[in-house]
Ligand binder design. Structure first.
Ligand code: GAR
Length: 201
């Protein structure tokens, strides 16, 4: 499947996917495009260095028009014959314009055990709440904020002396394993979605 990775920032999860691809561990995923909503996202440079086609889609003309932005993104995706989308630190809400065009073909990585702590600063939310366990989740994207059917999760203990930085770094290591694994399952057509439940075939 021709895959687009959507990024907004650092791009370490994108790099994890590119590394797994290089190792031959994503036989059914062709990383055809990296798309960013931020012109200066470090992820863009990293993708270019890895020889992956990149595109920046500016959100400024669409400040009050999320659907308009997604329609522009959809145009770019169609130009590149994209079949599957990975959100890897893409910090925008996706509208039905994209979700309906890519039904059960958009996945997202989130740095918490959903449904706990959706949205921004999930690791800080977890620390502030005082949970003893957090982790990361890969899920299909629906119209809500981090609410779609869950594909894979990893649980990680929270240490008493953890800061937002130490917890985030520890979770990130596991994100880098979980996201390529979920992408492999999805592009190998080994996932079946039934309502909220995702079955591994
Ligand atoms: C990752 O921790 C990812 O889980 C998080 O942003 C970071 C991006 O890092 N995503 C969310 O919080 C989405 N709600 P990266 O750019 O180095 O992959």
């Amino acid at each position: 499947m021709r895959v687009a990775i959507f990024v907004s920032g650092r791009g370490s999860n994108m790099e994890a996917i590119l590394n797994e691809k290089k190792k031959g561990n994503l036989p059914n995923a062709e990383i055809a495009l990296v798309l960013s909503d931020k012109a200066d996202a470090p992820a863009l440079e990293k993708a270019n260095a890895a020889g992956v086609k990149t595109v920046f889609v500016d959100s400024k003309p669409y400040r009050k028009n999320r659907e308009g932005y997604d329609a522009e993104v959809l145009k770019v995706l169609r130009e590149h014959n994209i079949e599957f989308i990975v959100l890897a630190g893409f910090m925008r809400i996706i509208t039905p314009v994209l979700i309906e065009a890519f039904s059960h073909r958009i996945i997202n990585i989130h740095p918490a055990l959903l449904p706990a702590f959706p949205g921004l600063h999930a690791q800080k939310q977890a620390l502030d709440y005082g949970v003893k366990v957090s982790g990361c989740t890969v899920h299909f994207v629906d119209a809500g904020m981090d609410t779609g059917p869950i594909i894979l999760q990893t649980a990680i203990p929270v240490n008493p002396d953890d800061t937002e930085d130490t917890l985030s770094a520890r979770i990130l290591e596991f994100e880098h394993r979980l996201l390529p694994r979920a992408l492999d399952l999805a592009t190998s057509r080994r996932l079946r979605v039934d309502g909220r439940k995702v079955y591994l075939l």
